[in-house]
Design a protein around this ligand. Structure first.
Ligand code: ADP
Length: 720
């Protein structure tokens, strides 16, 4: 019998549904009334003294609205005026303020009891409920609904905690979040399904500068186009494609090179060499000239982690955080020699490498420790008479140029992924720029991280990263999107499309970049080649103008570097936008052809090798097969295995050896040797091999007497 069809089951379902509904309605009603009354008390005290039950002395009556606020309300009952229902749960409630109230809609009376200092008061208050303004033209500066954030794709608990303190509500990914904070690049599917009020903390295409090989490719391309301007990174070759170029450079210059895996991180697989011949012609590596005279503080090499926020790619808007980290090597620096080039604690500044060194220094003071704040570095520079302002202006220049090298891809991807985002930007991103400074105070870009670490292991991390997250969340423009309004508009649009209403023109969504203007805020337009700088009207309050105004007024500890504040710099940077006109990033270059050629050759070689190995492996033992596979593993994996093995060996300690077991083992070994000797096993095998012609040269050398005897016709199996 199917229980679900029985009357009994249906009745239970009905009752459950009924009670759920009842609970929901009760709860709704209670919230509305309590909220209305709270509002009434908090904004204006009711004028009517009769609200308080007669017989209470004035001293017993609540004296100020402030004291009344926040106390417990009990047993309220809503008495709506005849035929009128309070059916709006929005916070648009107002206490009745007389005849001339601008938007009178619904009048009702609230009555109930209030408990203060163990005395119960009966209160009654006329409330006027005002509907939200129906005029869609009214622009609200910030959404009045609570913004939501999804941090479930981030491993850093700090992001969620800070969001909460800023008033964000944490939600799951399946909910209608305003912001999605993820540690990794999300898939295209997610971008495609994003609503117009949603923002995500990555830009599609940022990988163009966040992977070492792509960064090198983009910067090298820009260097060819702008040789004077793009000397912002060490000379770099992508091996194996640029193997020939690197070798010829090495022949003509006596330099040390640093070699890195093309998509590595945290200092893994990096080594120094001054002999490029040690590298195989097919190895996939990034080869860079080593900056052998870095700026040293207290004799140690260091690099800078500069946090950069991008809030828009078209127009390009970049902000740099004034505070950041300097990460120090933990062995004193000496220029590379064959003897010290293996010392990673001297040449690499990665935290992940140096934390393993016993000299890693934790320090509460600003001017010591293996990790320091940028402000401490600035102070050090000032003390040593360096021009700090000029230095940071050079760093900003490096950052702008690095981002601009990927600008055509970023712009294209953004518009392809978010054609409908017309209210706010769909993305923002915090990038971690690793900058190395040489002894002349010239900054070089080493790497860009799309998910910089937000671990807060040390006090200095907390002091830098917490305010950074807070200021970022304050600066992003999510607050400018009205979730409810957008959802309503989208529903309307879908309905229109479904009903195919004729005559009515479809609602046109303006592009976010389309402001016009009087208020003089410089921004780069979508097509900067035509007219790179335009002024956006702030009076008009187009969404972009609103965003700009919001960002300018919520900078926190950020400084805006793009668009630059200085008009001469605006002109200077404008020409880099035109890169796509000069050389298409998709066009074939000599290098790309070479790369493709090499890749094809390599593919064929790999296929041939695989086929050979397959043949060889058939019929071999499993152990041998594994051995062969291990030899074929990529360098990075082999390196990891080697280090693991090394660590294992380091930690290995001999177990307990029992004397009795040792004696037994010796006896067995002796017995085995005796058996081999008396049964003449060696002689038997040797003569068999001799007879079948399988004796090798080694056999002849190791057992010369056997060979000699066999040559002279003696049977070694019988004769001693
Ligand atoms: P990873 O992503 O593995 O950290 P990086 O490119 O950031 O790789 O390099 C790691 C460290 O090596 C840097 O922090 C820096 O100290 C050092 N380094 C990298 N490139 C150079 C270079 N060209 N000259 C001098 N030092 C370098």
């Amino acid at each position: 019998m199917n229980l679900k069809n029985s009357k009994f089951y249906k009745r239970i379902q009905e009752l459950r549904h009924f009670s759920k509904e009842k609970i929901r309605k009760d709860r709704e009603q209670r919230t509305r009334v309590v909220r209305a009354l709270d509002m009434a008390f908090s904004e204006q005290p009711c004028k009517d003294r009769e609200w308080f039950s007669p017989g209470q002395s004035p001293s017993q009556q609540p004296s100020s609205p402030r004291r009344r606020r926040g106390k417990k309300f009990r047993g309220f009952k809503k008495r709506a005026s005849a035929g009128k229902e309070i059916n709006d749960v929005s916070p648009y409630y107002e206490q009745s303020s007389g005849e001339n109230s601008p938007m009178p809609e619904t009048d009702s009376k609230l009555e109930g009891f209030i408990q203060l200092n163990n005395t119960t008061y009966r209160v009654e208050c006329p409330v006027r409920i005002v509907s939200p303004p129906k005029n869609d033209n009214v622009q609200r500066v910030a959404s009045d609904t609570k913004s939501t954030i999804c941090v479930s794709n981030s491993r850093y608990a700090m992001i969620g905690k800070i969001s909460k303190t800023l008033g964000y509500k944490l939600v799951k990914e399946s909910k209608m979040w305003n912001i999605l904070w993820s540690d990794s690049f999300p898939g295209v599917e997610l971008f495609k399904n994003m609503k117009r009020f949603q923002q995500i903390n990555h830009f599609p295409g940022m990988i163009e500068i966040c992977r070492k090989d792509l960064l090198s490719r983009n910067l090298n391309r820009m260097l060819k186009l702008f040789p004077q301007d793009y000397k912002i990174f060490p000379k770099t070759w992508m091996l194996p494609a640029d193997y020939g170029d690197a070798m010829s450079y090495a022949l003509n210059h006596k330099r040390t090179f640093i070699l890195k895996p093309d998509s590595g991180a945290q200092g893994r697989g990096i080594w120094l060499t001054n002999d490029l011949k040690t590298i195989g012609p097919h190895e996939r590596l990034i080869c860079q000239t080593y900056i052998h005279r870095p700026l040293l503080i207290d004799g140690y090499k260091f690099d800078l982690r500069v946090y950069t926020l991008i809030t828009s790619v078209d127009p390009l808007r970049i902000f740099v955080y004034n505070e950041g980290l300097a990460r120090f090597a933990t062995n004193k620096y000496v220029e590379p020699t064959p003897g010290n080039s293996n010392d990673l604690y001297m040449h690499l500044t990665n935290y992940s490498v140096n934390k393993r060194n016993s000299h890693y220094e934790l320090c509460d003071n600003d001017d010591c420790g293996s990790k320091r704040k940028l402000s401490a570095i600035n102070n050090w520079m000032r003390r040593h008479n360096y021009d700090v302002e000029e230095f940071w202006s050079n760093v900003d220049d490096v950052i702008i140029k690095t981002v601009m090298s990927a600008w055509p891809v970023l712009k294209h991807n953004y518009h392809a992924c978010f054609p409908g985002h017309d209210k706010i930007q769909a993305c923002f991103e915090i990038l971690g720029f690793d900058i190395l400074v040489d002894w002349k105070l010239k900054p070089y870009i080493l790497e860009v991280n799309h998910s910089p670490s937000f671990h807060t292991n040390e006090q200095v991390d907390r002091e830098v990263k917490r305010p950074l997250i807070r200021d970022t969340l304050n600066l992003v423009s999510t607050v400018l999107a009205d979730k409810r309004q957008i959802l309503k508009e989208d529903r309307k649009r879908v309905k229109q499309r479904l009903l195919k209403i004729r005559g009515e023109p479809p609602v046109q969504r303006p592009r976010l970049g389309g402001g016009t203007s009087k208020g003089k805020i410089d921004i780069q337009k979508s097509n900067p080649e035509a007219n790179p700088v335009i002024e956006v009207e702030t009076e008009d309050k187009g969404p972009l103008a609103q965003q700009i105004a919001w960002e300018e007024s919520h900078l926190g500890n950020f400084r805006k570097i793009m668009p630059p504040p200085d008009s001469t710099k605006v002109d200077y940077y404008t020409r880099f936008y035109a890169q796509s006109n000069q050389v298409s990033i998709f066009a074939e270059t000599a290098a790309s052809k070479k790369r493709e050629d090499l890749a094809r050759k390599m593919r064929i070689q790999i296929e041939e090798k695989n086929a050979k190995q397959q043949q060889m492996l058939n019929g071999k033992t499993k152990r041998e097969a594994r051995k062969r596979l291990a030899v074929m593993l990529p360098r990075a994996v082999r390196e990891k295995n080697r280090i693991n093995l090394f660590r294992l060996k380091e930690n290995w300690s001999p177990g307990f050896i029992s004397d009795a077991e040792e004696r037994l083992r010796h006896t067995w070994l002796h017995m085995r040797s005796e058996a081999i000797r008396t049964l003449k096993i060696t002689e038997n095998i040797y003569s068999n091999l001799y007879e079948t012609g399988l004796l090798t040269n080694t056999d002849m050398v190791v057992y010369p007497h056997f060979y000699h005897n066999l040559q002279h016709g003696f049977d070694i199996r019988k004769n001693p």
